[in-house]
Write a protein that binds this ligand. Structure first.
Ligand code: GLV
Ligand code: MN
Ligand code: MN
Length: 416
């Protein structure tokens, strides 16, 4: 248990340096990172992570969804593995910590155990999950979803990109990460994911560790508003079927809807595409995304029904057509009580203040939790800012979360 391992300390500087080195791959002028899944910069990050795994003596394998798995064998190599990981991909204007922290914290756990010459009874694994963010391909967290049995492999591999130009499988092959290992389907004892909170609570309360109880539900839609193109100078206003005006009315209605429900959901339109996107043509078609989240599944369903209804009403009023397609859905989820407790106990044993917390964001852990006992460890981030180039976190907080991760994994895996 936590107190039996006083000499295995993770290396704060090594963790920080690894994060900063990784942040150079896809670095943006604004101090953030743009490392969209299955692009060339994602490949570069994967190559570096793979090298670091090999250097740490891990057995490396790539599975059919391109997940990179580094395995540290145990005293009983056939025992169910204790697994950690997160994602190396980012938002287009992402930060240096969302995802990558959980991957490199897992690697640091392996490195620290190597340094201390500790063998665990069960094998340990660290995973870089492919495409957590879902920037290019309509849904995120698909690769961990296939691993956890939530989606079929074929569904994942055939996912088209938003531009309709390529597929997940083709891009995996292009960057050389179309692995052959089966995606999931082997015994796993527990999954732990370390992550920055991406919200303000831990920092505001001065608490370094969040023991994550679960995550809110989420539904995403692709909405296509179709009107008719026309000349911006000659088509009288009264005769227009302007898809942009239709979409704007809907998006404004969705924003207002969020304030009309208690406790409130969060509703976001973060993606819009306009056809033909030309100054002097009345827009004929607009496609936009809706992301709706709420901790209560019944409230979430009700808000989604109201969202659909208001889009249809706006379309009817403005004489445009609307098609609403659900692109992903995940119910709110509670993490495994024992895994949450292992995190609390580890923090306690290290003398670190810890509070229970819910995740507003989606994570690969939410998929894993469907079939594997799962827990998450949150650490504070500056101002609660995330999905933003200014995302920031303190080396000491990141190290504390990593130390808790080590204790939790060893508590589950046992010593050889
Ligand atoms: C993950 O980044 C999410 O959208 O919750
Ligand atoms: Mn993340
Ligand atoms: Mn993210």
């Amino acid at each position: 248990m936590a107190m039996s391992l006083p000499t295995v300390r993770i290396d704060e500087d090594r963790l920080w340096q690894s994060l900063m080195t990784m942040a150079e791959i896809g670095a943006t002028p604004g101090g953030g990172v743009c490392r969209i899944a299955l692009t060339d910069v994602d490949r570069e990050a994967r190559d570096l992570f793979s090298t670091w795994c090999r250097d740490a003596g891990l057995d490396l394998r790539i599975d059919r969804m391109g997940n990179i798995i580094g395995r540290r064998t145990g005293g009983d190599p056939d025992a169910p593995a204790v697994v950690t990981g997160s994602h190396l991909d980012t938002q287009p204007l992402g930060g240096r910590f969302d995802g990558v922290y959980g991957v490199l914290a897992g690697l640091e756990v392996m490195r620290a155990l190597n340094d201390a010459g500790i063998e665990t009874q069960a094998p340990l694994e660290v995973i870089d999950w492919t495409d957590e963010e879902g920037v290019r391909f309509a849904a995120g967290v698909v690769a961990s979803g296939v691993y956890a049995g939530r989606f079929d492999l074929e569904y994942g591999l055939n996912l088209p990109d938003r531009a309709g130009e390529t597929t997940f499988a083709r891009e995996l092959a292009r960057i050389g990460y179309d692995g052959e290992a089966p995606c999931g389907g082997y015994p796993v004892d527990a999954f732990f994911e370390a992550h920055i909170e991406q919200g303000p609570i831990l920092e505001q309360e001065g608490v370094p560790i969040g023991a994550v109880m679960g995550a809110q539900g989420q539904r995403c839609y692709a909405v296509t508003v179709t009107g008719e193109e026309g000349h911006a100078g000659t088509l009288p206003m009264a005769l227009r079927r302007d898809a942009m005006v239709g979409a704007s009315r809907m998006i404004d209605g969705l924003y207002r809807l969020a304030f009309d429900v208690t406790p409130p959901p969060v509703i976001t339109t973060g993606y819009v595409s306009v056809r033909p996107n030309s100054r002097n043509t009345v827009p004929g078609q607009v496609v936009f995304s809706i992301d709706i989240r709420h901790p209560d599944n019944a409230v979430l369903a009700d808000v989604c029904a109201r969202a659909e209804a208001l889009c249809r009403a706006a379309a009817a009023e403005l004489g445009v057509d609307v098609a609403i397609e659900e692109s992903s859905r995940r119910d709110s989820i509670a993490f495994d009580a024992d895994c949450v407790d292992v995190v609390r106990t580890a923090a306690d044993g290290l003398g670190l203040a810890c509070r229970d917390i819910y995740s507003g964001a989606g994570h690969d852990a939410c998929n894993l939790a469907r079939t594997v006992p799962t827990g998450m460890i949150f650490v504070p981030c500056k101002g609660g800012i995330s999905h933003n180039e200014r995302e920031d976190a303190l080396p000491a907080d990141l190290a504390a979360g990593c130390q808790v991760l080590l204790e939790a994994m060893v508590a589950r895996a046992g010593l050889a």
